[in-house]
Design a protein around this ligand. Sequence first.
Ligand SMILES: [Zn+2]
Length: 403
Amino acid sequence: MKKGSFQWMKSLNRTIILNKIRTDGPISRAQIAKETKLTPPTVSSLVSELIDKDLVIESEQGESIGGRKPTLLVINSDRFYIIGLDVGAKKIRAILIDLSGKTLDKTQTIIPKPISNEDLLSLIKRTISDLASIHETKEVIGIGVGMHGAVDVETGTSLFAPGLNLRDIPIKKALEAEYDVPVKIDNDVRAMAFGEYWFMEEKKDENIVTVNIGIGVGAGIVLNGKIFHGKYDLAGEIGHMTVDLNGNQCSCGNIGCWQTLISGPAIGEAAIKQLELNPNSHLLDMIDGEKHKIEGKTVYEAAIAGDSLCIKILEKTGEYIGIGLTNLIHILNPSKIIIGGGVANASPIILPKIKETIAQRGLTNQAKATPIYCSDLGSFGTAIGACALILGEIFEGDVSVVG
Ligand SMILES: [Zn+2]
């Protein structure tokens, strides 16, 4: 990786022009001035700067309306690259993309446990350097990190990473010192939500929520095209919304959190309990009779194979998810909700039940019809979202808003 030969400078007008070229290019200088209400001399001088920085290039000639044909501008998409990381509880996923979002390469590294802050930072750096060294000619202009657990976005510090049992990891500081490029960090679900927003086909929906349902449950909220954190970064802790006053105890200590009904482990536990009443389930054969081996994934595999007990368990899970999402719709009224995480893999069974539940419980016809999708960004969704944190910074200025 070349070091810091490009640092973008913050300027509202430059960002406006750059984003106009990104969304509407090829576009002429005159058209940019007309549509952004900036004066032609301002546009002209800022475009010259962007061309000097290699961020923008002149492309083909446009149609002339009499007189000289205007020169059109486009983003120099494959001139600069971004690395995005997803630091989970088990592995680090890394991806290298260009400014248009095209993927060049991706890697996965298993995190050995136990691990110290220093060793995790070394592993993150090694992952970045390995990926960059395969593409040595590419100039990386930013690194985004989606970190599981609680993150201080301002300082770029991982405050608590429960999956690794680590605290206060100065990720941004360490990476900026090593690579001399801007680094942006957010929690993994929020990074994923921003990626969903950024790479949406038709970028019209500025209020979306991504709900990640895996070992834990959390939401990333994008409002007006910005990640919403809340006053103290708690916004989106939806897994700990109480839905059953007499329910099971959650890892947070409270009773009946949503997470205790819909997470992957919760699905596995429900199956273990139900097996006592349904000893003929096909599920027992799949795990050689060893009940402790049952996970959410096992239940889905048995359901797909036709096991009626497992189908019922997943349908019930879909109903619980639908109840929580109905609450979410009534609080935020997002234009769409995207479901990610391991449990989303069971979407053929759970998604119809989720939609049915929302259709029954939504307050209005619009609420009932809120579009619900499973993420199609795949297992690298958070890493792609981490790249989007940098893209958002370059093209739209700040990507975050606090409460
Ligand atoms: Zn809880």
